[in-house]
Design a protein around this ligand. Sequence first.
Ligand code: NDP
Length: 404
Amino acid sequence: MSTVLIIGAGGVGRVVAHKCAQVPEVFSGIHLASRTRSKCDQIATEVAEKTGRTIQTAQVDADKVPELVALIKQIKPAMVINVALPYQDLTIMDACLETGVHYLDTANYEPLDEAKFEYKWQWAYRDRFEQAGLMALLGSGFDPGVTNVFCAHMQKHHFDQIDTVDILDCNGGDHGYAFATNFNPEINIREVTANGRYYENGRWVETKPMEIHHTFDFEQVGPKKMYLLYHEEMESLSKNLKGVKRMRFWMTFGDAYLKHLEVFRNIGLDSIEPIMFEGREIVPIQFLKALLPDPATLGPRTVGKTNIGCIVKGSKNGQPVSRYVYNICDHQTCYRETNAQGVSYTTGVPAMIGAMMMLTGKWMKPGVWNMEEFDPDPFMAALNQHGLPWTDVATDIDIDALPE
Ligand code: NDP
């Protein structure tokens, strides 16, 4: 029985709050704090209606370590679940170290002024967390998160040697808007407009944005064009999956979505460089974010399914093995349960499960860790119990042989 402090009251924070409330035997006390307290209060009201549980709320600016420290000292949680933005990862880790509480997040740190997401900043906290006897679990969302655990599951149960990993992320959801992003637009657009990159034979191979694509027939979604892009879980997986030769990440996008992005890019609306506008400095991508629908409001409108998984090839006992492990999630089912669409749901459920793994001692080790560094079995079992059931099958799919 533990008290947790959730920071961030967006789409993912909403799901984490609902899911923690559903497991009172682990999460006996739940606090939700964010920049805008009214959003926390709204979520607390919804959770009370659905589960009868009370969530305490607070306002905090997570960019400010002293504010975080004061809040954590007042609440005295066992851990912080950070589902604010990647920009707050380091300040929240600092506050956890100062107050002696464990830490979990779903996305790696990104400096605000540099579109660059890497684990190096957070891995640099390893010694400090270890010496303090504290644990930080990084990237406990779906991808990163479940995809890392899927790889650990493959390694443990099906392979002696993993040669290739392809991570396939399909969102077949339709929200009816001409353009909207399913999670924070700033992070989403920065991720998609960056150069593609994949891992091969010990080095990273760079591609132009959206240069490599194939059409894949996703179960319960149908054929979708998926594009190779860089994704953060590959950084840790390429280190932790010993001997892996190639690792790629694919995400589906519709033509209309890409057309909008192309226009934003052509006119500089996706830029993170500040410009002067009517006497004040504005950052174009932040202005764009203000114009776009709030991802937290997409829930009621979004229909269709997500299908995210890993195709892994290699060998066992000298024989070739090829397997596909994936989860299919229905947006409207997620909405009925948590008032949030599938992308928030598939991130928030693993965040709750990661916290549960830590608080129940199944995954508890001082230091800073990625998901694949733990026993996948209890996490995989919890996915089945808490709304993200998975399928693990042999496959003969060869992505490179698929049509573009
Ligand atoms: P949202 O933008 O919907 O929500 C972010 C929340 O954080 C908002 O409530 C926001 O407050 C709050 N916040 C932002 N800055 C601060 C601050 N300085 N202090 C306190 N609170 C702050 O994002 P999502 O819920 O969609 O995503 C949350 C996280 O999950 C992100 O880090 C995202 O990258 C990650 N993610 C991970 C995925 C995975 O599979 N691993 C997939 C999708 C998302 P306010 O309401 O005032 O703006």
